[in-house]
Write a protein that binds this ligand. Structure first.
Ligand code: UDP
Length: 254
């Protein structure tokens, strides 16, 4: 790992300088955090599963014309991505009530929302990611109305596609969070899907039983977190060949 310069370290990922200008290597760690960093743990094999799941979902989205930062997976824990300027807004799309929405409005967890609801949060650990409106986003210069429009359209297309994809494998996409980045091509600026798409950022329940397979297993101390992520990968048909047992050793694998 010493061969590359570290550009940024987040809670679940590290970014290294890429092999060519304008590229980065995104490394997936096993670290899990919740409740604004108050709860922490290592979930063995999580990074390997998230790398694989995120690769798969970004590729599928790319095929339907959603621009993403993803270039290719390099190994068990790393993927090559385009360097983008991250827009400091977390875009959350919800189909069913859960988590903070259920709490805020006193809704029963799992109840179907009248329509998909999109929310924006300002990315700031110090402030605990406060919810913001278009007013805050544009007034503070985080993004323009045009950027917001683009992010909203992309988020809704992503939601439609992923909802169908997961329904096909018996999973219900309850909600998810996405981040976008600006990518410059000469004078042209494009907004592309960035960060990751994994069970760390989405709620996925069994469509029949309501069993949770995502990060709520960690947040709510439900246990078997890695097994939940592996079940999602298994249903998508992408469980790493090594299988779950061998994920423990994967740190050293290239
Ligand atoms: N989410 C995320 N990062 C955050 C906050 C939320 O990826 O910092 C995801 C979360 O996994 C869920 C969706 O966004 O799929 C909605 O989360 P919610 O607002 O309910 O927050 P939570 O109660 O999960 O903290």
């Amino acid at each position: 790992m010493a061969r590359r310069r570290r550009v940024y370290e987040g809670k679940a990922k590290v970014l290294y300088e890429g092999p060519e200008p304008g590229t980065l290597v995104q490394y997936f760690k096993d670290d899990a955090t919740a409740f604004n960093n108050q709860k922490k743990a290592i979930i063995t094999g999580k990074g390997v599963l998230n790398n694989r799941i995120s690769e798969y979902l970004m590729l599928r989205l790319g095929e339907i014309g959603i621009p993403t930062h993803f270039i290719r997976r390099l190994n068990m824990r790393e993927q090559l991505i385009r360097e983008v300027e991250i827009i400091p807004i977390e875009v959350v799309v919800r189909n069913y009530a859960a988590g903070s929405l259920a709490k805020r409005f006193g809704l029963e967890e799992g109840s179907l929302l009248p329509r998909s609801i999109v929310e924006y949060y300002y990315k700031s650990d110090e402030l605990g990611d406060p919810m913001v409106t278009e007013e805050h986003i544009t007034a503070f210069g985080w993004a323009t109305y045009q950027d917001i429009d683009e992010m909203l359209n992309l988020a809704l297309r992503i939601n439609d596609f992923l909802s169908g994809l997961f329904t096909g494998v018996g999973l219900r996409l309850v909600d998810f969070k996405v981040e976008f980045g600006r990518l410059w091509d000469e004078e042209d600026m494009r907004i592309v899907l960035a960060d990751e798409l994994s069970p760390d950022n989405m709620r996925l329940w069994d469509a029949r039983t309501g069993e949770r397979f995502d990060k709520d297993r960690f947040r709510l101390d439900l246990g078997n977190v890695q097994e939940g992520y592996a079940e999602i990968a298994r249903r998508l048909g992408i469980l790493p060949e090594a299988g779950v047992r061998d994920l423990r050793r994967s740190e050293s694998l290239q």
